[in-house]
Design a protein around this ligand. Sequence first.
Ligand code: AMP
Ligand code: ZN
Length: 511
Amino acid sequence: MNQPFKIYNSLSRQKELFEPLSPPYVGMYVCGPTVYNYVHLGNVRTFLTFDTLFRYLTHIGYKVRYVRNITDVGHLVGDGDEGEDKIGKMAKLEKLEPMEIVQRYTNDFHNVLLQFNMRPPSIEPTATGHLIEQIEATKSLIDKGLAYESNGSVYFDINKYNEEGHNYGKLSGRVLDELLTETRNLEGTSEKRNPLDFAIWKKAAPEHIMQWESPWGMGFPGWHLECTCMSTKYLGKQFDIHGGGMDLKFPHHECEIAQGTGLNGADPVRYWMHSNMLTVNGQKMSKSLGNSFLPAELFTGSHPLLEQAYSPMTTRFFMLQSHYRSTLDFSNDALKGAQKAYKRLMNGLKAIKEMSYIPAETSNIPADSALKVSTPGVQIDDKKVADIERSVQAFYEAMNDDLNTAVAVAQLFNLLKYINMLFLNQLTPAALGETGFGLLKEKFVLFTEEILGLKEERSDSDAVVLGMLNLYREYKAAQQYDKVDQVRAYFKAQGLVIRDMKHRIDWAYEE
Ligand code: AMP
Ligand code: ZN
């Protein structure tokens, strides 16, 4: 790999050079959603971070196996060891089978991610599909003396784990004594040797819908154990990257480290990556706080917090404008700014895709053909070419610096400046030379579409839009100005404009 890619490792709390265990292969596991409800925009941010990482790692030459699970059992209301299963609760409320709930919200999750142009993972395992592995892992932890059965449930023994020289709390920086004070009053700790011990298998009450036979009676797996079993099964006992939202660091990922280390004697993950929260007025967006909104509400603008509708790509761009480790606060102003910038980017994308390099001698520009602009006898503008090269390099440097999309996006806008000059005929392709022009075109398209995953959004097909543009030309030539206005109105209704310039007539996104 010619790119020195650095990742901020939440475990070491520093940026580290990314060195996969068996290059060019990379194993990456990301905690997927608990499918008991519609995904909200906060969830989308986390999955977007790892979609961008997946895209970038693939681009720089790695063969990534991206595993993202579906949690369809075992995640309890309140995220602890006591209480109702989130999916079971919803099934009762809606009078449906738990698997109907799971299917409905898994479908929604997939649709939403597609709308945001996210790539599907390589493997998407479900927790209920891996019960045998979870029962085996529980047995193994008991055999190793790191877990014990108590009243039909099985708990991980944190004291025993620490006595063996490990450090439960090392990822989140939690200190056991402090945790004990926080946990003292929690219910359901009486079965545990230590209130901090966590469930890896839970006894099911008769009314609990989802339950399976096990050596410890009827029960269901613990949420933390699911991820350990699914990641190990598909990526091995030790793998390269584990991701999720910052809120999963404790207890979820802390427990995964303890289980993986307990089972296999080694830290399961080399690089832990945590995406920061999407906030609303500084507060984490979450279903339970009632400040979340759904992608569908965003796309239609139908939420009291929204001043207008925002498209999926505007939102994707909005999220990419900040680094994944910073919090990102939702704001209408920021989204409106993102909408404008995204449209400028799409105008640039459309323009550069239509441009081709032509040597200096050609200067005949047919008004209605694809953009071909050039002026005879132009010298290559070395300064501009050098700036384009520098920007391309800086884009890679930013992405290599712990996926700094905020800086990368700024570099993309520097490249856009040259595309706009070409479009306005203030610069000719010949003045950039074939190499300079080729670099600008290739990298701008690659960065925008492949790496950042941004694409054009339009309801009408190219054929319809181009047909309308031809009508505009005809009406204008025939001086039928009322019809010209009608065509303009059509474009406006689509969020587009006609750009009637001296050297060419074309359409563009209204910025
Ligand atoms: P859940 O379905 O609640 O397990 O969440 C799925 C993913 O979304 C997890 O990786 C969470 O960390 C992440 N997540 C939840 N809320 C937010 C938020 N407000 N901002 C960013 N990520 C979030
Ligand atoms: Zn997980």
